[in-house]
Design a protein around this ligand. Structure first.
Ligand code: OSB
Ligand code: MG
Length: 368
C-alpha cells in the first residue's frame, strides 16, 4: 500500500454541555480530522484527540498539525506500507507526539481494512459483536445536579458510571453518590490531582465499593502509584501515566495499577494499543477503552479496539448523542441497553457525513 494523499481538516464543534475536569472546563472541541488516500483510491479516516490546550498531555491541535505536516507526512510519502503495523515503526525516530502519530496511523488502518474488505475490528483481530459502554461525567456545580445526571445515564442503560473528582470535591461527593445509588458500578477519575501526601484521604475510598480510582497521582508517575496501591484496597487504574508498551510493562512489574485505561491517541496508535492490550492480558490486568470527547471518527476507532478480548470492563465509549447534537458520521453511534453494536461495514464501519464535516471545518490542507 502506498499513501498518495493526506487531507487534514481543522475542526471545531460546540459540545452539548461543557465538560469540567480537575484542570478546567471545555466548551468547544477543537480537533484535526485526517483522510489518507492510497494508490487504489481507498480512503481512510483518522481523528486526532489532542485538545486546544496542553492540560491532559503536552500535545495540542497546533503541535499535532506541525508534527503531521513537517515530519509524519514526509515519512509516509517515502515508504511502502505492507501492514499498518509498519507505520509506528516508521514513525519511531520521531519522539513522543503520540496523538499526532495515532491520527495518521488510524487513517491508514481504516484505509487498509477497506482495501482488504474487512472491518477495522477484524483487521485488529477483534471478535466481539457488541461492546459494553460506561459514561464519564464531568465535575458538576451541585450534588443534586450530579445525582440527576447520573440517574439520566443509568436510565439510558450505561453500564458503569465514572465521575471526575478533585481535592475539594471528592470523598463527600462520592459518599452521597454511593448512598443515592447503592448498587451501581461506580468509579472516580482524579486526572492527577493528588499526591502521595493525600494517601490517608484516598484510603477513605475503600469503604465506597468503587470499581477503581483512575489516575490519582502525577501524570508521569508510576512509582508513587505503586506505593499508593499498597496502601489502599481500591484498584488503581492508570490513564495519563501509560504512553507506551514499555510504560505498561514497567507499571505492571512494580504493581502501579490493577487496571489500565487504553487510549489510542495517548499511546501513539492502534498498533501500540494492541500491544498494551496483549501484555495486560498476559498478566491478568483488565483493560478498558478511554475517551477524549471524540467526534464520530475517533469514536469508531475506539469501538473497533474494544472488540479485543481483554477489554472486559465497560469503556468511556459513549454514543454520539453524549456530546453532539449532530455527529460527523452516519449512522451515528447508538447505545442500546448499555451496548454498542459493532458496525459491519468495511473499515471503521461508519460513513463520514460530509455535510456535517464541512459545517465544522475551520481550515483544510492537502498534501500529496
Ligand atoms: O481522563 O479520561 C479522562 C475527557 C477529557 C480528558 C481526559 C479524560 C476525559 C474523560 C471523558 O474522562 C471521556 C469521554 O467521554 O470521552
Ligand atoms: Mg482519565
Amino acid at each position: 500500500m502506498q499513501i498518495e494523499k493526506i487531507i487534514v481538516r481543522r475542526m471545531k464543534m460546540r459540545m452539548k454541555t461543557p465538560f469540567t475536569t480537575s484542570f478546567g472546563t471545555m466548551i468547544d472541541k477543537h480537533f484535526l480530522l485526517l483522510e489518507a488516500i492510497d494508490e487504489l483510491g481507498n480512503r481512510g479516516w483518522g481523528e486526532s484527540v489532542a485538545f486546544d490546550a496542553p492540560w491532559y498531555t503536552e500535545e495540542t491541535v497546533d503541535t499535532n498539525f506541525h508534527i503531521i505536516k513537517d515530519f509524519l507526512v514526509p515519512i509516509l510519502f517515502n515508504c511502502h506500507i505492507e501492514h499498518p503495523d509498519d507505520v509506528s515503526e516508521r514513525f519511531s525516530p520521531i519522539r513522543r507526539n503520540n496523538m499526532a502519530k495515532a491520527a495518521v496511523e488510524g487513517a491508514i488502518w481504516d484505509a487498509y481494512a477497506k482495501r482488504n474488505r474487512m472491518t477495522l475490528a477484524e483487521a485488529l483481530g477483534g471478535k466481539r459483536k457488541r461492546i459494553e459502554v460506561g459514561i464519564s461525567i464531568g465535575i458538576q456545580g451541585s450534588l443534586s445536579d450530579l445525582i440527576s445526571i447520573v440517574q439520566k445515564y443509568i436510565d439510558e442503560g450505561y453500564k458503569r458510571i465514572k465521575v471526575k473528582i478533585k481535592p475539594d470535591a471528592d470523598i463527600e461527593v462520592l459518599k452521597q453518590l454511593r448512598k443515592a445509588f447503592p448498587d451501581v458500578p461506580l468509579m472516580a477519575d482524579a486526572n492527577s490531582s493528588y499526591s502521595l501526601a493525600d494517601a490517608e484521604k484516598l484510603k477513605q475510598l475503600d469503604s465506597l465499593d468503587l470499581l477503581m480510582i483512575e489516575q490519582p497521582l502525577a501524570h508521569d508517575d508510576i512509582i508513587d502509584h505503586a506505593k499508593l496501591q499498597k496502601m489502599i484496597q481500591t484498584p488503581i487504574c492508570l490513564d495519563e501515566s501509560i504512553t507506551s508498551l514499555e510504560d505498561a510493562r514497567k507499571a505492571i512489574e512494580i504493581g502501579s495499577a490493577g487496571v489500565i485505561n487504553i487510549k489510542i491517541g495517548r499511546v501513539g496508535g492502534l498498533t501500540e494499543a494492541k500491544k498494551i492490550h496483549d501484555i495486560c492480558f498476559e498478566h491478568g490486568i483488565p483493560v478498558w477503552c478511554g475517551g477524549m470527547l471524540e467526534a464520530g471518527v475517533g469514536r469508531a476507532h475506539n469501538i473497533a479496539l474494544t472488540t479485543l478480548p481483554n477489554f472486559i470492563l465497560p469503556g468511556d465509549t459513549a454514543g454520539s448523542s453524549r456530546y453532539w447534537d449532530q455527529d460527523i458520521i452516519q449512522p451515528e453511534v447508538v447505545v442500546e441497553d448499555g451496548y454498542i453494536s459493532v458496525p459491519t461495514a468495511f473499515g471503521i464501519g461508519y460513513e463520514p457525513n460530509i455535510e456535517m464535516v464541512e459545517k465544522f471545518t475551520t481550515g483544510i490542507w492537502q498534501f500529496n
